[in-house]
Design a protein around this ligand. Structure first.
Ligand code: AMP
Length: 181
């Protein structure tokens, strides 16, 4: 984390919402492999810092990862952010999608193809939901080392609802095609 990032002012809290909602811990996975991926991931972290009624409390190391799947493409940069938020999970997803659009992500992507930025809600409090529009915990966590390793940087003891403890999950997957930046 740079000094400039550390010095960023916290986003304003809407007093009406603050009076109503509790703060929930949430973890967001970030990934990019287009248009200077490191810059894209850091820009997304800054945009998460600026969300209303939300505080970023932890940022993992940045990781490089080899792309997965049939499409030939550049390496990814990945990270995980831990935050506290008064937004409910669907509102947080809307904000995540707005950040993706602001960073130039088109509406549709080729499956497994390159992407300028991808934000996934990995975990939201104790919530479990299986809606295709919002599945929590994110179904890809268990087999993705580029999610589990950065998540373990900031929350090794986190017990992901219905899935398991982060450090144990990390221990069962090799860091193949994954490196720290
Ligand atoms: P992707 O191409 O992997 O970024 O998938 C994007 C779509 O997945 C979005 O339209 C979301 O509505 C949906 N989605 C389902 N669960 C989640 C989640 N936990 N976090 C982010 N997007 C999700």
């Amino acid at each position: 984390m740079t000094l400039r990032e550390r010095a960023a002012p916290p986003a304003a809290v809407d007093p009406k919402r603050a009076a109503l909602a509790i703060w929930q811990p949430a973890y967001i996975g970030l990934g990019s492999n287009l248009d200077d991926p490191r810059t894209q991931v850091l820009a997304a972290v800054e945009k998460l810092r600026a969300l209303p009624n939300t505080r970023v409390v932890a940022v993992s190391k940045l990781y490089g990862s080899k792309p997965f799947g049939p499409v030939k493409q550049g390496d990814f940069v990945n990270a995980v952010v831990g935050l506290l938020t008064q937004l409910d999970a669907p509102a947080l997803l809307n904000e995540a999608k707005a950040i993706e659009r602001a960073l130039g992500r088109p509406e549709k992507y080729e499956r497994w193809g390159p992407r300028v930025i991808d934000l996934d809600i990995l975990v939201y409090g104790c919530e479990k939901r299986a809606d295709p529009a919002l599945t929590i915990p994110h179904p890809g966590i268990v087999e993705r080392n580029w999610v589990l390793y950065p998540l373990a940087d900031i929350a090794p003891s986190l017990d992901i609802p219905g899935v398991g403890r982060v450090a144990d999950l990390k221990g069962s997957i090799a860091p193949e095609g994954l490196w720290t930046l």
